[in-house]
Design a protein around this ligand. Structure first.
Ligand SMILES: C[C@H](O)[C@H](C)C(=O)SCCNC(=O)CCNC(=O)[C@H](O)C(C)(C)COP(=O)([O-])OP(=O)([O-])OC[C@H]1O[C@@H](n2cnc3c(N)ncnc32)[C@H](O)[C@@H]1OP(=O)([O-])[O-]
Length: 719
């Protein structure tokens, strides 16, 4: 767990050996304690260097150990002892120094960083705080404002920034370990007292309270209801107002309040769920680690609408050459100008040059004959998509992968019109595609494992979180959205307002409430889909009761809003009003209020006061209930995948863990009881009827999310 060597006759080199990130597990802490003891007591040793194996210094505490009781030496006294030692200790930072790894570096008397290294205190993103002295030492080293920013955001910084801030003493392009050994030899004769960071006085800004107040406001605005950043601020205050010996106790007390909180559990679950999601597996046995992806050097995008443009940018900025196709000259020219603008702005922000030379724009599908992969992003119309896929089959070489960016249509039906159904897969991006991190990779029954592997890895290369899902209407994300949106509109009928529902969801932590989100996405899209599926418009039988369709409750209010030309932000009116078309400042609209009142009186609905609790329960439990059905149907392989989709594609708050984890945190028994209650009150809403899997899990004693898979016996997995 740590290797001990004597180098240059007098330097003890301690190498952490706990792959893949050299996390500070109990065994590693034990090995460091033993090695330090040895080094400090061996008269031959005049200095110590600490580094990590495989070019990675240390990824911090072992998060997997958080669930169990503390074993092995605790970190704080171990680190205090390193700092207090009488021989100089130098940290050789390669790769990463994060969390406890950064705190380990902070107790070393000197820090040498490789120029590619990244440093940071990301604990806040796990719902906790740096609890091995980080909140006390960093402010002493770099001052309160800079330390607050790093600790409350968890941002990683480059070695260069660390040098500027005064965190590291030297940045090198050579082997950091070798440089550190030489540095250590030179440090032997120098006094250590000024190098012990815990002994420094924290440089204090003149108006400490004002600064802390301002940061508190910022944090509350950015992360509503999230506890950890606020605790971080309190811990940093202690660094400014107390000696280290007291401050470290305060840090530990604050950590204790966070450590067992639901938010910390949820955020740590998200960390692992995100990493599990890439590990897809098919019933055939093919999976992420035994299927070879194809290398993709060139791609084509069909359609330069909002989605197509975002996808072109996502591909070009990772070095893939892209041919973009449109059907008309004017659309092609507009799309081209927009893509170039987006790429230039993106490159400027990242301080690189825009890869415009990778782009080609054309009106002819014939130009696609040699590309490795095509992503179709035309209008959401099955007949049109089928025509495109037939054409692609004829034009592209037989090995070209054909992908569709449909947000819910049948991927297998598209595969069926091609000459290569095994090379067809869905790549469902989220708008705007160059910003949103989620990619649903939709596996049709005939998609080959090589095709799936290629789409998954391509997503990762574009910086996306790729999740493999099965093929059904709406796949995972949009299928679950339906019952969620339905509940929101039913609540409008019953007496709520869009702003009340949005506020409840935003207070819960959603980036945007459901109505603001719909205004942003555009209301006409759903209206068109409802018209096409006969739920509204001229095809509806006039004898059909107005608030029922296809045997279940139906809310026509969204159709009425669209009939008034209110399509959301882009028209300046939707569920809210905006200053102008394209405006983003949503204000409640009295016209919507009138519409709701008239609607209720027309149908004799007595509006009632609806509590925020009912809003959250009905929207979120209906959402999770559909998630259980998706698991039963084999459309998602595990609850973590569903949660990752909602975290990265739909703005579900990370500190809630995602809809499935949230249900488990509330307690499955309670979710079942509330769904039964609401279903009884609304028997014409099938989405509120508890799913068989939820009932089964409750009957089995509500196992933790990670164990649900053992209880899911899918007859036909779609994955
Ligand atoms: C006292 C102190 O104050 C406290 C309280 C703390 O210190 S709290 C802890 C603070 N530290 C962190 O928050 C850092 C978390 N890690 C990362 O940010 C990244 O991992 C990485 C270091 C930047 C590498 O990224 P990567 O893209 O190269 O690989 P990966 O796929 O992410 O990770 C590779 C594998 O390593 C696992 N892993 C990574 N970091 C881990 C950690 N700290 N503990 C346990 N496992 C970890 C991860 O689950 C994955 O496992 P598997 O899926 O292969 O089975």
């Amino acid at each position: 767990m740590a290797r001990y060597e004597l180098v240059k006759r007098s330097v003890a080199l301690i190498t952490l050996t706990n792959p893949p990130v050299n996390a500070l597990s109990s065994a590693v802490r034990h090995a460091i304690a033993k090695s330090m003891d040895h080094a400090l007591n061996d008269p031959k040793v005049t200095a110590v260097v600490i580094c990590g194996e495989n070019g990675r210094f240390c990824g911090g505490a072992d998060i997997r150990e958080f669930a169990g009781p503390l074993r092995g030496p605790p970190l704080v006294p171990l680190l205090d002892a390193i700092e207090a030692g009488e021989k100089p200790v130098v940290a050789a930072i390669e790769g990463v120094a994060l969390g406890g790894g950064f705190e380990l570096a902070l107790v070393c008397h000197y820090r040498i960083a490789h120029f590619k290294a990244r440093l940071g205190l990301p604990e806040v993103t796990l719902g906790i705080l740096p609890a091995a002295g980080g909140t006390q030492r960093l402010p002493r080293l770099i001052g309160i404002p800079a330390a607050l920013e790093l600790i409350t955001t968890g941002r990683h910084i480059s070695a260069q920034e660390a040098l500027k801030l005064g965190i590291v003493d030297q940045v090198t392009e050579q082997n950091a370990c070798e440089v550190a050994v030489e540095f250590a030899l030179r440090a032997v004769a120098k006094p250590l007292s000024s190098r012990r960071v815990s002994m420094l006085t924290t440089p204090c800004p003149p108006d400490l309270d004002g600064l802390l107040e301002a940061v508190t406001m910022q944090v509350k605005k950015k992360a509503r209801g999230v506890m950890a950043p606020l605790a971080c601020i309190q811990a940093v205050r202690a660094a400014a107002t107390m000696p280290y010996s007291k401050g470290i106790k305060r840090e530990s007390e604050l950590m204790a309040t966070l450590f067992n909180s639901g938010q910390a559990r949820a955020l740590q679950y998200c960390f692992f769920a995100q990493r599990t999601a890439g590990k897809w597996t098919l019933p055939s046995g093919a999976q992420w680690n035994n299927s070879k992806p194809r290398e993709i050097r060139s791609a084509a995008i069909i359609g330069l609408g909002t989605m197509g443009r975002g996808i072109v940018v996502s591909l070009a900025r990772v070095g893939i050459s892209v041919i973009a196709v449109e059907s008309e000259k004017k659309l092609l020219e507009t799309g081209k100008q927009m893509v170039i603008g987006m790429l230039e702005r993106d490159a400027k922000r990242r301080g690189v040059s825009a890869s415009l030379n990778l782009l080609k724009f054309t009106l002819s599908l014939q130009d696609l004959k040699d590309v490795d992969l095509v992503i179709e992003a035309v209008f959401e119309d099955m007949a049109l998509k089928k025509r495109v896929f037939q054409e692609l089959s004829k034009v592209c070489r037989p090995a070209t992968l054909l992908c569709t960016n449909t947000s819910g249509l049948d991927v297998d039906a598209l595969a069926g019109v091609t000459d290569r159904p095994h090379l067809v897969v869905g790549m469902h991006f989220f708008s705007p595609a160059h910003v949103m991190k989620l990619l649903e990779v939709v596996c049709g029954p005939r998609s080959s494992s090589e095709t799936i592997a290629t789409a998954m890895i391509l997503g990762k290369r574009m910086g996306k979180v790729s999740v493999a899902v099965g093929n059904c209407p709406g796949f995972v994300g949009n299928r679950m959205l339906k019952p969620y949106l339905d509940q929101a509109t039913f609540l409008l009928e019953e007496g709520a307002t869009p702003e009340q529902i949005d506020k409840a969801l935003e207070d819960f932590g959603f980036a945007m409430g459901v109505f603001r989100m719909s205004d942003l996405a555009g209301l006409d899209v759903g209206w068109r889909v409802r018209k096409e599926s006969g739920l509204t418009g001229p095809d509806v039988d006039p004898k059909n009761p107005p608030r029922r369709r296809q045997g279940r409750r139906y809310c026509p209010i969204p159709d009425m809003v669209c009939e008034q030309g209110r399509f959301g932000q882009k028209t300046g009116r939707g569920w809210y009003m905006y200053d102008k078309p394209g405006g983003t400042n949503a204000k409640p609209d009295p016209l919507i209020q009138n519409l709701l009142e008239m609607y209720r009186s027309r149908y004799g609905i007595q509006p009632r006061n609806i509590s925020d609790q009912e809003i959250i329960e009905r929207c979120l439990f209906a959402l999770a209930n559909e998630g259980f059905r998706i698991l039963e149907d084999g459309i998602a392989a595990r609850p973590e995948d569903i949660d990752v989709i909602y975290l990265f594609g739909y703005g579900f708050p990370r500190h809630g863990g995602g809809p499935m984890f949230y249900a488990s945190m509330v307690g499955l028994e309670r979710v079942l009881e509330r769904l039964e209650h609401y279903h009884q009150a609304h028997p014409d809403v099938p989405h509120l009827e508890p799913s068989p899997l939820l009932k089964k899990l409750v009957a089995c004693g509500s196992p933790p999310v990670q164990k649900w898979r053992e209880h899911i016996k899918t007859m036909h997995s779609h994955l």
